[in-house]
Ligand binder design. Structure first.
Ligand code: HEM
Length: 336
C-alpha cells in the first residue's frame, strides 16, 4: 500500500489524512491491543514486571524548549516556547532486560514533556529511521513466527514460512534490518539520531495542518562503535558512559521536523523519506541528570499516551494508530 502526498498539500480542520489523499481503499482489519500484547507474551512469556519492548533502559531528566519555528508550526502547549520539564528514558531495543549495549539493534529515546500549564505529551523514538513492520498485523505475525508452539516447544514452521513469504512480498519490512546492518550501534546514547518514524499532523498557528515526521539530532554529533569496540565494550557501558558525559556537561538534541514531498509514503513507517526533504529545527532537548541505577520515575510510564496533544495529532498510519492502546494494555499488565 503506497499512498503519497503532494508537498503542497496542507489541510485546515479535522479532515482525516486518508480523505485528503483521496481514493483510499478501506484499511484491512487490524489486531486489537490485547491480541498485540498477547503476541509479545507468546514470544517472551508474561508481561509482568518490565516492558516487553526496550525493557533495558535508564531514566534521565531535564527540559525541552521550542524554537520560534516550533511555536509557529504547532499550537500544542509543548511548543509554546516556554521551557517544558522532560522525563527521559534511554533504552535498548529487543525483549531482553539484559540485552547487550554492544549488539546490533535500535536504541530508544522516550520522552514525557510537561508544560508549565501541566499539559503532558509523550513519545518513544528509535535510533533507526524506519520500523520493522508495515502494519500491526505484520508485527503480530512476525512475533508469532518466532513464538514456540505450545504443542512442540518450537516455532511453528508453517507460520514461519507464511511470515517469510509476507516479507518477500513486502520487502520494505526489511529496511530496518538493512539500516542496522549498515550502521553500527551508537558509541553513546548521546551520539545517535532518534527518529519518531511515524507521521504526525502538526497544526500550526496559521490553522494549517502539516504532515511531518521528527528526528532528534545529537548536538554532540554521530559516533558509532567500531567493529573492534562492538567486541570489546561489553554489555553494559551505555548508562555509565552517559553519567560520565553528563557530569561534564549537558547532553543536547535538536528536534527536527521533516516534511514529505511528492510521492512520499506518509502511512508506511518502513519507508524513510528522502534526505533532501524540507527540514525545520523546532526545539531543543537538554539532558542534565541521569538516574544512579535502574528503575525510578520512568517505570510507571509507557511514553505513548492515548490522548495526544492538540497541535500534534496522529496521522492515519495504521502502525501509529495501534500503538497507544497496546502500550496502555502493556502498562496495565506490568503494573502491580
Ligand atoms: C504496531 C506498532 C507498535 C506496537 C504494537 C508497539 C508496542 C510496544 C509496547 C507494548 C511497548 C511497551 C510499552 C510499555 O509497557 O510501557 C513498546 C515500547 C516501545 N516502543 Fe513500540 N510498538 C510499536 C511501534 C513502535 C514504533 C514505530 C517505534 C519507533 C518510533 C516504537 C518504539 C518503542 C520504544 C522506544 C519503546 C520503549 C518505550 C520506553 O522507553 O518505555 N514502537 N512498544
Amino acid at each position: 500500500m503506497t499512498r503519497s502526498l503532494p508537498s503542497f498539500a496542507l489541510r485546515a480542520g479535522g479532515v482525516a489524512l486518508a480523505a485528503l489523499l483521496g481514493t483510499a481503499t478501506p484499511a484491512p482489519a487490524q489486531p486489537d491491543p490485547d491480541t498485540i500484547v498477547n503476541a509479545f507474551e507468546a514470544v517472551l512469556g508474561p508481561v509482568r514486571t518490565y516492558r516487553p519492548s526496550h525493557p533495558k533502559g535508564t531514566c534521565a531528566a531535564r527540559h525541552f524548549t521550542a524554537t520560534p519555528d516550533g511555536t509557529r508550526l504547532s499550537v500544542a502547549p509543548v511548543f509554546s516556547g516556554q521551557r517544558n520539564a522532560a522525563l527521559i528514558r534511554f533504552g535498548v531495543a529487543g525483549a531482553n532486560p539484559n540485552a547487550s549495549d554492544s549488539a546490533r539493534g535500535t536504541r530508544g529515546l522516550s520522552i514525557r514533556f510537561e508544560s508549565p500549564t501541566g499539559d503532558l505529551f509523550e513519545m518513544a523514538n528509535i535510533s533507526a529511521p524506519v520500523f520493522g513492520a508495515n502494519t500491526p498485523q505484520a508485527l503480530v505475525d512476525g512475533l508469532l513466527s518466532r513464538a514456540n508452539d505450545p504443542a512442540t516447544g518450537r516455532p511453528n514452521p508453517e507460520r514461519a514460512a507464511a511470515y517469510a513469504a509476507y516479507v518477500a512480498a513486502n520487502p520494505t519490512v526489511g529496511n530496518q534490518g538493512r539500516y542496522l546492518a549498515a550502521n553500527n550501534p551508537p558509541a553513546s546514547w548521546a551520539t545517535t539520531p532518534y527518529w519518531g518514524v511515524n507521521t504526525f499532523l502538526f497544526r500550526g498557528q496559521d490553522g494549517q495542518v502539516r504532515p511531518a515526521r521528527w528526528v532528534f539530532e545529537p548536538r554532540a554529533g554521530v559516533e558509532r562503535l567500531t567493529e573492534a569496540q562492538m567486541q570489546s565494550m561489553g554489555p553494559n557501558f551505555l548508562a555509565d558512559e552517559l553519567r560520565r558525559r553528563i557530569a561534564a556537561g549537558p547532553v543536547e538534541f535538536d528536534m527536527v521536523l521533516q516534511f514529505p514531498g511528492q510521492g512520499d509514503d506518509v502511512l508506511n513507517p518502513t519507508v524513510a523519506w528522502p534526505e533532501d526533504r524540507p527540514r525545520t529545527v523546532v526545539g531543543r532537548l537538554v539532558v542534565t541528570s541521569v538516574a544512579a541505577g535502574p528503575g525510578g520515575p520512568c517505570d510507571p510510564i509507557s511514553f505513548m499516551i492515548l490522548d495526544q496533544a492538540p497541535g500534534i495529532e496522529m496521522s492515519d498510519d495504521p502502525v501509529l494508530q495501534a500503538r497507544a492502546a497496546a502500550y496502555a494494555v502493556s502498562l496495565s499488565r506490568r503494573t502491580p
